[in-house]
Ligand binder design. Structure first.
Ligand SMILES: Nc1ncnc2c1ncn2[C@@H]1O[C@H](COP(=O)(O)OP(=O)(O)OP(=O)(O)O)[C@@H](O)[C@H]1O
Ligand SMILES: [Mg+2]
Length: 313
C-alpha cells in the first residue's frame, strides 16, 4: 500500500542553498522519460522566449540524442567540475537554448568523491556543481538538469543545487517504486538544501486507452505524495513511433511535427511531378506529443512560480 512521505529525522549537515529556477528531472528507475521531458520542456520554454540552460548530468549523455547535437565524452564538464571552473557551454543549440553536455567521464565523479572523502573539509559533489553553475545562473531564466537513473552522488548533487524536482514516471509498479525512492532521497537532501521543493510527478508513456489504469495510478501517487506535491494534469502518451523518429532525427516533438508536415508536402509534390517520393517520417503523431509537452511546460512553469511565491512569503 502507498505510504505518505514524511521528512526523516536527523541533524542537518552542511547546507548549500539551491539556485533559483533550477529544476532537476529525476527518478531512480531508468527509461521513464527523464531525458525526453528535460529536452522538450526546455525546448518549449526556450520557444516561449525564456533563456534556458540544459545540463546533462548523465554519463549516458542521452540529451544529445533528443537535441541532435554531437555527443561528447563529458570530459570538459568533468574537468571543469574538478577544477572548480564554469564548464564550457554548447551555445545556441536552439534559439535561447544552451547546453552543458554530459557523457561517460561523469561516471568518474563517484570515485573522485570517494577518494576525496577522507580529506577534512572536502567539498562534496553538490558543492562542486554549485561552484560550477552559480556563476552562470544570472544569465538564464531557467536551468534544467537531466539526471541518471542510478548514480546517487550525481542525483543528490543535482538536488543540492536545484530549487525544484520533477519526477517523471511510467505507470508500472517498478516505476512507481522509483518515485517513492527518489522522493525519499529528495527529503533527505532537503536538510542540505532547504530551498528544494518537489514540483510534481509527470505520468509518462501512458497507454492511449488505459484511462482506468491512469486513474488508479494517479490515486496511488496522490496517496504516496500527500500534500508534498501534485501529479501534473498533463500526461505524456505512449507513442513509440513518434518518439523513435524524434530521437533518430535529433528533433524535439514540436520540430518533428513541422518536419512531418513538410515531408508530407514534399512527398505530394514528388507524386504530382511523377517522381519517386523520398523516404519520409513514418509517424504522424508527433503533433499530439508536441501539444502535451506544451501543456506540461505551462504546468511546470506555473508550479515553479507558485513554489517561488511561497518561498518569498
Ligand atoms: N511518448 C513516448 N512514448 C513512448 N516512448 C517514448 C516517448 N517519449 C520518449 N520515448 C522513448 O522512451 C525511452 C526512454 O525515454 P528517456 O530516455 O527520456 O527516459 P530516461 O528516464 O531519461 O531514461 P534513462 O533512465 O536511461 O536516462 C527512449 O527510447 C525514448 O525515445
Ligand atoms: Mg535519460
Amino acid at each position: 500500500m502507498a505510504r505518505t512521505l514524511q521528512a526523516p529525522a536527523g541533524t542537518p549537515q552542511r547546507t548549500t542553498e539551491g539556485i533559483d529556477r533550477v529544476i532537476a528531472f529525476a527518478n531512480g528507475k531508468g527509461g521513464v522519460g527523464k531525458t525526453t521531458t528535460t529536452a522538450n520542456v526546455g525546448g518549449y520554454a526556450a520557444l516561449a522566449g525564456a533563456h534556458v540552460l540544459l545540463i546533462d548530468l548523465d554519463p549516458q549523455g542521452d540529451l544529445a540524442r533528443d537535441l541532435g547535437y554531437t555527443p561528447t565524452g563529458g570530459d570538459e564538464f568533468f574537468n571543469a567540475l574538478v577544477a572548480g571552473r564554469t564548464p564550457p557551454l554548447l551555445k545556441d543549440v536552439r534559439p535561447n537554448l544552451d547546453v552543458i553536455p554530459g557523457g561517460q567521464a561523469l561516471e568518474d565523479i563517484q570515485g573522485l568523491m570517494v577518494s576525496r572523502a577522507s580529506r577534512q573539509d572536502a567539498a562534496d559533489f553538490g558543492d562542486l556543481l554549485h561552484a560550477a553553475i552559480s556563476p552562470l545562473a544570472d544569465d538564464y531564466d531557467l536551468i534544467l538538469i537531466d539526471t541518471p537513473p542510478g548514480e546517487r552522488t550525481l542525483v543528490e548533487g543535482a538536488f543540492a543545487v536545484s530549487s525544484a524536482v520533477v519526477i517523471p514516471t511510467k505507470s508500472d509498479e517498478a516505476s512507481i517504486d522509483g518515485v517513492e525512492r527518489i522522493a525519499r532521497r529528495f527529503l533527505a537532501v532537503r536538510d542540505r538544501n532547504p530551498m528544494l521543493q518537489l514540483a510534481g510527478v509527470v505520468l509518462f508513456g501512458v497507454g492511449p486507452r488505459s484511462l482506468r489504469l491512469e486513474r488508479s495510478v494517479r490515486t496511488a501517487l496522490k496517496e504516496m505524495l500527500g500534500e508534498v506535491a501534485p501529479v501534473f494534469e498533463t500526461r505524456i502518451r505512449n507513442l513509440e513511433g513518434a518518439s523513435a523518429d524524434a530521437r533518430k532525427k535529433g528533433l524535439l516533438f514540436h520540430e518533428l511535427e513541422g518536419a512531418v508536415t513538410q515531408a508530407q508536402k514534399d512527398r505530394l509534390k514528388s507524386l504530382r511531378a511523377g517522381e519517386k517520393p523520398a523516404d519520409g517520417f513514418f509517424s504522424r503523431s508527433a503533433g499530439s506529443l508536441a501539444e502535451e509537452f506544451e501543456q506540461l511546460t505551462g504546468e511546470i512553469l506555473a508550479r515553479l512560480a507558485e513554489i517561488e511565491g511561497s518561498a518569498d512569503q
